[in-house]
Structures are given as C-alpha cells and as structure tokens.
Write a protein that binds this ligand. Structure first.
Ligand code: ACM
Ligand code: ZN
Length: 759
C-alpha cells in the first residue's frame, strides 16, 4: 500500500587563531583553526599576516567578472576600495580557465591577495571564502594570516529544498534563504511550488490555479496523526506572481544558485484540482486540508491532463533557466486509477500491465515533452515504479536504494534520504517545538555521506550530491523554518563541499563558534542548543551531589533556577558545576537555558533532580510475567483510564501484547522489575506512539505524544531487588512498538525480556 511509503512513516524504525602562526599547517583534521564553513579542501597557513587599513581591488584582468566582484564589494565593506587603474591592487583577480568548474584559489601574502578562478561560480566561492576571512580577521584593521587555499567541492549538487505549499513564504524570505545558502556555497535551490495544500506559481494560461488553487479553506491543527482531527477554520494561502519568480531566479543566479522548480504530478494534485476538478479521475476531489497523501490524483487516462501539464511546463520553462525540471512523482496512490474507466482504457490501449506501469507511462510521457524542450526531468524515486524514463534523473528519498538502482542503470541521482537529510525532523530528543517525527542532528548530518556503500564503483560518478529537504507542515512561520534549517544546513554544506578525508566534526564544531556570528549577521533564528548533561528526570550523583552542564559554543552562557521559575527572567549564571549538598529537598525543579552573546536564548530545558535516596526493594514472593491490559480506541496521549479494558493477560516481557489490535489502542503494563545491584539506573523507553514509565509511583520517563518511534531516558536510584513499575502506551494508525531497557550502575544493559519481570 502506497501509504506505507509515506515519508511520515520512515521511522518505524578555533581553536582561536592567535596572532602568531608558527610554520605551515596543512589540512590535518585537528588543525582547522581558520573558521571557514564549509572548510576548504586544501588550506596551508603560512608565516605572517596580510595587514592593511584599507584594501583596494583591481579587476582589470577579469572584466567579464566585474558584476560578481561588484556584488561582493559592499559585503566586504568598509575596508575595500576599487582601484581599476592600480597595476598592483592589494586584491588581484586572475582568470585561469584551466581551473575546473567551481574551483578557486586564494593566495594571501604579506602585501597582496590574489584570487584565481576559471568561471563565475569559482569567483563567487573565492569571494565567499574571502568574506568569511574578513569577518574573522578584520575588525578595526585587516590582519589576515597568510595562507594558500586551493579549493573545489566534493559534490557538484549541494542543495536545499523548500516546500512553500504546506506553508507559504514570501520572496523576501526566499531571498534570505538564498543569501544563507550562498554563505555555505550551496548551489541548488529546489522550490517545491505545488502540492495538495496550495498551488504557488502564477500560470498565465490558467489563472484559476492561483485564484482557487492557492487557497485552502482551513488547516489541520497539531500533529497529523491525532484523532479525532481538528481544524482551525481559517482560510490560508498565497502565491508568487511570475514577476516575483523572475526576481528570485535572477537573485539566485547572482549568487551562483540554480533554482529548480517542482511541479508535482501525478500525485499531490489536490490544489490544481480545486481549480480543475475534471483533471482527477472522479471529477469530485475531496477537500484536503490536512497533511499526508490524498487519493485524488491527476487522471492518467484523460488527454486533458497532459495538455494542461504541458501548458504549465511551457510557462515554467520560460521562467526557470535551470537545465532541470522536477515533476515530483512521489506518493501517488493508485486507488482512483484502479476504478477509473479512462485510466483503465489507457492501460488497455498502451498494453500496460498494472497501475505502476501507468505511473511509468505518465512520467515517460512528460519526460519526452520536457526533453523535447531541451530540459532534463527529475523526479522522486517513485518514478522508478513500472520502469524509469530514459533521460530521468532520480532524487532518492526513501533511503538510498532507488538511487542505487537508477545509478546502476546509468542515470544521474541525487541522494537525499528521509532519515538523514530531512530537516522537518526533530533536532534533539527533548524540549523541541512540534515536528513531524524522527531525530536528525547536526552531527548525524555531518557524519553521513551521500555515496551509497552498495553502489558499484563504476557508477559512483552518477551520484551528483545531496540536498536538505525542508517540508513545512510543522513550520507555519518563517522563523520556524530558520529554526529547523540552521545550523543543520551548515553541517550539510561541509558534508557536501569538503572531502570526506578533511571532514572532522570536532573541528567543525569549533569553527561554528565564529560561524554563528555569520548566521547572526543574516538575522537567522537558528537553533541554539539547550545545555546538556541532565535528563528530564535525574538523580544527584551520590558522591558530589553535583550537576554538570555543557553547551558546545564557547561564548554561550548558561542560566538556571532551582525553584521552577524561568531562568530567562530570574536565572543565576552557571559557571563550572552546581553542588546541591546543602539542598535538603527531595526533588529540585531545575530549569536552565543557553544565552548567546547576542542575547538570544535556547529553548528552556527542565529537569526534576531527585536526591540520591534509593527506593527500597520489594521483598514479597511474586510470580514471573507482567500484567497487560489492552483498551481498544483512538487515543492521543497516555491519559487513558484502564478501569475498563478489552483484553488482559500475563505476558513474559515488556512488549506490545499479542492480544492488541494492529492500530488504535492503549495498553497498561504493570508488575515488578528486578535489578541486580544497588545504585542509579538509567531507563530507556522506546515506543510508537507515546509512552510513560513509572517506578514505584514516580514518573521516570515521559515519552508521550505522537512520534512514529522515539526513545527517551530517565534515571532513578534503586536498591537491588524488586520494584513496582507501570507503563502506559498508546498506538494510533502507524504501527506499534514498545521496548524498555536499563543501564545498571556498572554499565550492563538489562533487557526486561522475561527473566526480570514479575507480578
Ligand atoms: C517526499 O518526501 N514525499 C519526496
Ligand atoms: Zn483516471
């Protein structure tokens, strides 16, 4: 069933440079003191400094790149003057056409900087690097360490996608994103312009697309998995005029960024169908004001569908100079095609065996049209269904297998799998605003590679690169987009630009100290990490009664309160550690947050820290197995009463009851767990959907709410022996899972798989 492929379900599862440089350094991993992001592939620091009060620039040898250079001059700012006459300006521009696409060299010597590149993007990247050096080393005067940079990217496709259908963002914001992409030497902006929830591009031939298709009656509230569904009752929409599109394309072009337009077909077509219902199989598409996948798709049997889409593509080609056109192709349910007379007649006429081949027919037909116009078609990996169109490039999002298959047949591919580079995922396990699901961190992105291990070496050149995909169901405001995109996009840029051998996450983290200031200069609402070191329910260590917190940003400060009040208002500054030996309370309500040098705060973190009194063990004889009660119903949280239930049984371990239905139920498990030694235990609870764990009557883990699979932890001090526990979890539509483990004081992992549970 196609819904199982749905992306919502892919989870069930400076060092500061000191003034003196001693000798030369190369790109050894630990020695990346110059705060460049992404880091150059070869950077050799040389003795001395380029020092100057003003810098003049001479580009007489590169008149064809005058426009690019002049774009950067105001950015480099007050230090720079233009001196076209000077035969030896302090910045010299040299064109060397032998340098490969996107490559550049930067030589910084005592009295001169030379910039060498072979083309537009090479010069753009050289200046971007120079700009980053100026913001690190030019304060009152310019004093840049002498160095030699010889740089070019590891991958040629370095992109970011933005969904403007689920939520609409104006061109001022789009340009802001383009500026931020340019800072990171990214070169593809994939603009997801149409989807079920809104058609966002003006098409002159079909004004109805934006008059009707750009507006939805209302929007679902909260997480899409919640039952019953709730809606806000507020009309929502917006679109880009063709003039605005041209403005964005021209803006991106100046920054060396290709704008890739996406027009979705055959699925995700509800917005178009609002204006043209007859292009769907039934002619009566259902309203769709929620997230997910609608069954109403373009009818593949109706010739008008193809005429319409070709007309749209004609206007899109006029607006976008990119060599590619993206046609979506993902998540197209075949249910309506199965019963549509026109679709079935088409299958018969064309000798198509099933609806998958009809999908293939659809995309192949569009590919012929697009290639006849001199453009290349791109589609999500579902365009492999029923046979891939000849000239198609594949974007692999459901893992890497689609990409591997397409590359092995000689197609170019972009590898952007859901689990690794979707920025609609949570970026930490706690204290985050509502997101779709998953956990994708800066570190996980940095340490990932788009090159699939399983791809035969002879096809590796077909992997063009990767991109971050920004689906905006849970990003109603541009500030939230910025929060979700940054700083993860910084990690993505280095993962794609910098050769694997040069990449180093610790060095990157150190360079981010300077880079956050660049994000500040762009006024980006990037995520500030909250202080780490405590779980939401924690235990003071027995020896020192202390708490240690850390944040991976040098200039950031931590503020806290111990009375439940808001540390952003009344917090004390945390310095090295906190000692609580004089605090006789059983539990301390600890709240804390990170403050950046510019005054911005992280999300608030809170921990209930218990003193180290161990729970006494329970000594009465009990039998093996735990009690399970299953209650059938649609639940949105663990607040379920089990006074009445549908099934009960004693089972041998902590897991989902065999008596539970597949979907829609709540379950309570209770009994005793047995632990081998006295000390502090860390419990780990994984579930799909939400769950909670109590030991004795204390809540240890709150893993409640929809998650499609999430793991959370909590600590408690226990005496060796038996302890009463209770777990409540609920399961909605998309699969069930429950697992509890504990880490003992000596580090052993305990599974509650039968041996250690009693009632
Ligand atoms: C996708 O995430 N449906 C391409
Ligand atoms: Zn049809």
């Amino acid at each position: 069933m196609i819904i199982l492929n749905h992306r919502f379900l892919q989870f069930v599862s400076i060092i500061l440079l000191t003034i003196v440089f001693v000798g030369c350094s190369n790109n050894s991993k630990k020695d990346q003191a110059i705060s460049l992001v992404p880091y150059p592939n070869s950077l050799e620091i040389e003795e001395g400094l380029f020092e100057s009060k003003t810098v003049n620039i001479n580009y007489s040898k590169a008149p064809e790149y005058k426009d690019i250079i002049e774009l950067f001059i105001p950015k480099i700012g007050e230090f720079l003057t233009i001196d076209e006459e000077a035969s030896d300006g302090s910045i010299n521009i040299i064109v060397d056409e032998k340098l490969q696409k996107e490559a550049y060299q930067l030589n910084i010597q005592g009295d001169q900087i030379s910039i060498v590149a072979g083309n537009k993007n090479g010069f753009i990247y050289a200046f971007t690097t120079l700009l980053q050096l100026f913001d690190q080393y030019a304060a009152e005067d310019v004093a840049i360490p002498c160095m030699h940079i010889n740089d070019s990217p590891q991958y040629s496709w370095r992109g970011m996608h933005l969904d403007v259908s689920r939520h609409f963002f104006d061109i001022t914001f789009v340009k802001k994103m383009l500026d931020a992409m340019a800072l990171h030497k990214l070169n593809v902006f994939h603009w997801h312009l149409t989807d079920d929830q809104g058609w966002r591009i003006e098409i002159n031939k079909y004004p109805g697309l934006t008059e009707k298709g750009a507006w939805r009656e209302e929007t679902i509230i909260g997480h899409m998995a919640e039952h019953p569904k709730k809606y806000d009752g507020v009309k929502y929409g917006g679109y880009y005029t063709q003039e605005e599109i041209k403005e964005v394309v021209a803006y991106a072009d100046e920054l060396g960024i290709m704008v890739l337009p996406e027009i979705e077909m055959p699925g995700h077509a509800v917005a178009a169908a609002r204006a043209f219902p007859n292009l769907t199989c039934t002619g009566k598409p259902q309203p769709f004001n929620e997230w997910g996948v609608s069954d109403d798709v373009f009818c593949a049997g109706n010739e008008n569908t193809f005429h319409f889409l070709q007309d749209v593509i004609d206007e899109v080609i006029e607006l976008f100079p990119s060599e590619y056109i993206h046609v979506g192709g993902d998540e197209c349910p075949k249910t309506k095609w199965e019963t549509c007379k026109k679709c079935q007649a088409r299958m018969k006429k064309e000798g198509l065996h099933d609806e998958m081949e009809l999908q293939s027919y659809f995309i192949k037909r569009m590919e012929k049209y697009i290639s006849s116009k001199g453009k290349k078609l791109i589609g999500w990996d579902e365009i492999l269904e029923g046979g891939l169109a000849e000239g198609a490039t594949v974007m692999s999002w459901q893992g890497v297998s689609g990409g591997v298959e397409a590359a092995s047949h000689g197609h170019d591919v972009i590898i952007c799998p859901n689990a690794e580079v979707y920025l609609d995922h949570y970026q930490s396990n706690y204290n985050e605003p509502l997101a779709i699901a998953g956990l994708t961190t800066m570190e996980s992105i940095y340490n990932w590679s788009p090159m699939p291990d399983s791809l035969d070496a002879k096809y590796k050149h077909h992997v063009l690169g990767a991109q971050a995909n920004v689906w905006t169901e849970y990003m109603p405001a541009s500030e939230q987009v910025e929060y979700m995109v940054f700083p993860r996009l910084s990690a993505l840029s280095e993962m794609l630009w910098t050769n694997d051998e040069v990449q180093n996450f610790d060095a990157f983290t150190a360079r981010m100290n300077q880079h956050y200031k660049r994000l500040d200069a762009l006024n980006l609402n990037y995520r500030i990490p909250y202080p780490e070191g405590l779980l939401p329910v924690d235990v003071l260590t027995p020896v020192t009664n202390n708490v240690e917190l850390h944040v991976p940003i040098d200039d950031a400060q931590i503020y806290y309160t111990t009375d439940g009040s808001d540390p952003k208002k009344s917090g004390k500054r945390y310095v090295n550690e906190l000692v609580f030996s004089d605090d006789k309370r059983n539990a301390i309500e600890f709240k804390y947050a990170t403050k950046m040098p510019n005054g911005r705060w992280s999300n608030l973190a809170s921990s209930l820290i218990y003193n180290n009194d161990r729970f006494k063990s329970y000594t009465e004889a009990v039998e093996t197995g735990v009690l399970s009660k299953v209650k059938v119903g649609e639940f949105s949280s663990t607040q379920i009463s089990f006074e009445e239930w549908n099934h009960t049984r004693i089972q041998d371990g902590i897991r989902v009851s065999k008596k539970a239905p597949k979907n829609f139920f709540g379950e309570e498990l209770y009994g005793y767990i047995k632990v081998p030694e006295s000390g502090v235990y860390t419990f780990t609870l994984s579930s799909n959907d939400g769950s909670k764990l109590w030991i004795h009557d204390r809540e240890i883990i709150d893993n409640d709410g929809f998650s499609y699979g999430r793991t959370r932890e909590g600590k408690v001090a226990l005496e060796a022996g038996m302890h009463p526990f209770k777990i409540i979890h609920f399961v909605a539509k998309y699969g069930s899972n429950l697992e509890l483990t504990a880490t003992a004081p000596d580090g052993t992992i305990i599974n509650f798989d039968g041996k250690n549970v009693y009632h």
